[in-house]
Design a protein around this ligand. Sequence first.
Ligand SMILES: [Zn+2]
Length: 210
Amino acid sequence: MLKADNVLVLAPHTDDGELGCGATIAKLIEQGSKLFYAAFSTADESVPAHFPKNQLELEVREATKILGIPQDNVLIFKYQVRKLNYVRQEILEELIRIKPIIQPDLVFLPSANDIHQDHRTIYEEGLRAFKFCSILGYELIWNNLSFTADTFVSLEEQHIQLKIKALEAYKTQEGKPYMSNAFIRSLAVVRGVQSGRPLAEAFENIRINL
Ligand SMILES: [Zn+2]
């Protein structure tokens, strides 16, 4: 049984949190946890020309609202995409600043085996800032050369539906294979079969501090 009062999701880019643990976010909110979401780059440079530059900020606001996260709990930082490692100390200081405000008992961040440079930075600085909390690493399989799926969250159909609906808010990301409903559902089925439940999301146990 997954239980936490204050939960913080660290997303290097808008959409990483929804992709990695969107259905678990929906389940935790349903169970009464307080959810916080921090995104570190809105990748303004990568937004297709026909969208406004702040489109990803609008999309993450919409997606997190669909999952049920209060908008005051969504923190959006404007660091440059693919350059988070240039400002890792600033990011660490932001994390240390928000820690006593949020007081998370559970933190989600990218897997230790994620090879994207920005994801790696958020994994490392997140671990540094929240080493005394419980920490679960989420999977983004296109960036994971390996993944230790040793922790599972059992999910209901409505949680997967909310994850799919939240990801549909990302109009800029349409067409990416990992954004498809089929992929999201298939991965939940795979992780469900692996854990003896109909549907699940898998995580890496990075720190458990009960
Ligand atoms: Zn990302």
